[in-house]
Ligand binder design. Structure first.
Ligand code: UDX
Ligand code: UDX
Length: 458
């Protein structure tokens, strides 16, 4: 069968893989190919054991792979054949030189743009899927058009708003799809072509368009707003712990104002994930670049509160456990940065683990999906850590449990049994407020939630 369009995606990661699988699933008339420089990743996408865990992803990939979805290492050939190229390579925070620790590292993006330029023999639409600093599209346009071969490229910004763990649902039924384009006739034509792809399953009124810089900035600002809600509620959780207030009650009362809304107000150990911190720092860097120091300081505060929340958690543990953790055994329930994913990038559990080991505690880590990543993240301190998938076995012989990830299964465990096998006095630090605290207290635990008064037997 002849396909209507050839779509290529460069970067087979958490964003590229699921997004392209959804396009292939919803649009059998297009041929969708995903390429990546990492041959292991491509091999995994072509195997029974996909490289990322995302509920619902397996089913979709297995239904369309080999039909109109293909994973390949052939980047150059893929570029030649493509009408539309999505770029979803990683853009981590720079670790060197100017802007280190703040700005986005654009080297992969730029290398990809040059690769596209070298391999292209005909007009192409290039779609930025990676989150990028504002005005990147302009730089890319300059790179792409810097040879005299006369090939025309149109660059669009189409940020991805999916959240891990609910990625397939978010892709299938997005709140909005945002497409930024140049306002020239060519730019608008390219924009309409991308609109048509999404219109195969997304209602037209949810496909919004803007100029290219508004689109790039909107992605950074969306993540900054979401993260800011978490830092706001977490900052208040510290005040609740000093008073008789309960953060869940406060969040409920505040969130029922329809102007505020009730979602994303769960106090926690702090936010993690590959995006929030990176994108806020990017925003902060951008503001500083334009001399907007007050604005930069304001947003930087969101990251500072997040770091403070993690440190506060450790200090609470230390204080509760008689000011020493040396030699004590602590079991971390969960290591993923959130539930329903095996992803551990920027997971609060990483810094908590490191701090606990600094305090000379021994760690046992349990997680239904993230132990392989946990092992890699903590390779340098592996002597201090055991990784055990079964939570009952993991908690046995421990002094304390600290809940890091809000996996549903933790709320339904038999805590009488767990308590029976722990050292006494036994502690639970619920960094996600998902457990039944009064029941745990009745069983005999000393319970320390986030933003609520502790329940102790002392
Ligand atoms: C990435 C970016 O991190 C994020 O900023 C953006 O919003 C979306 O794309 P993610 O998909 O989670 O997010 O990243 P990752 O899982 O690391 O995937 C990126 C893939 O690109 C990797 O598989 C990597 O091998 C590949 N890549 C990287 C290339 O194919 N070519 C390169 O030059 C660099
Ligand atoms: C986020 C954005 O939600 C998504 O739109 C964007 O495309 C990528 O970044 P993601 O990082 O995958 O998605 O997950 P998200 O659900 O936003 O959670 C981020 C972190 O915040 C997690 O560590 C989560 O546990 C934490 N969180 C979330 C809270 O601590 N409290 C909340 O109320 C909500």
């Amino acid at each position: 069968m002849a396909f209507e369009k050839n779509i290529l995606c460069i970067g087979a990661g958490y964003v590229g893989g699921p997004t392209m699988a959804m396009i292939a699933h919803k649009c059998p008339q297009y041929r969708v190919t995903i390429v990546d420089i990492n041959p292991k990743r491509i091999a995994a996408w072509n195997s029974d054991d996909l490289p990322i865990y995302e509920p619902g992803l397996d089913e979709i990939v297995k239904a369309v792979r080999g039909r109109n979805l293909f994973f390949s290492g052939e980047i150059e050939g893929g570029i030649k054949e493509a009408d539309i190229i999505f770029v979803s390579v990683n853009t981590p925070t720079k670790t060197f030189g100017a802007g280190a620790g703040m700005a986005a590292d654009l080297q992969y993006w730029e290398k990809t743009a040059r690769q596209i330029r070298e391999a292209s023999q005909s007009h192409k639409i290039i779609v930025e899927k990676s989150t990028l600093p504002v005005k990147t599209a302009l730089a890319m346009e300059r790179i792409l058009t810097s040879t005299a071969n006369g090939i025309h490229f149109d660059i669009l910004s189409n940020p991805e708003f999916l959240a891990e763990g609910t990625g397939i649902k978010d892709l299938e039924n997005p709140d909005r799809v945002l497409i930024g384009s140049g306002e020239t006739p060519d730019g608008l034509k390219a924009r309409d072509e991308l609109v048509e792809i999404y219109a195969n399953w997304v209602p037209r009124e949810r496909i919004i368009t803007s100029n290219i810089w508004s689109s790039e900035l909107s992605k950074l600002v969306s993540n900054a707003f979401l993260a800011q809600r978490i830092s706001s509620i977490n900052s208040i959780s510290s005040l609740c712990e000093k008073t008789e207030a309960d953060i869940a009650e406060v969040a409920r009362a505040v969130g029922m104002d329809s102007r505020v809304g009730g979602k994303f107000l769960n106090a926690s150990i702090g936010f993690g994930g590959s995006c929030f911190k990176k994108d806020i720092l990017n925003l902060v860097y951008l503001c500083r670049h334009y001399g907007l120091d007050e604005v930069a300081d304001y947003w930087e505060g969101v990251v500072k509160i997040n770091d403070y929340q993690k440190e506060r958690f450790i200090l609470n543990m230390l204080g509760a456990m008689f000011n020493t953790l040396a030699g004590k055994k602590i079991c971390l329930f969960g290591f993923a940065f959130k539930a329903n994913t095996g992803d551990t990038r920027e997971s609060p559990a990483i810094s908590v683990s490191r701090r606990l080991v600094e305090e000379k505690a021994k760690l046992v880590i349990t997680d239904p999906r993230a132990l392989i990543n946990a092992e890699a993240d903590l390779a340098d301190i592996k002597e201090e850590i055991d990784l055990i998938e079964d939570p009952y076995e993991a908690a046995a012989g421990c002094d304390a449990i600290a809940v890091m990830t809000e996996w549903d299964i933790y709320a339904t465990l038999d805590f009488e049994k767990i308590y029976g096998n722990m050292r006494k006095p036994a502690f639970i630090f619920d960094g996600r407020n998902i457990l039944d605290h009064s029941n745990l207290f009745k069983i005999g635990f000393n319970v320390f939630p986030v933003g609520k008064p502790p329940l102790t037997h002392f």
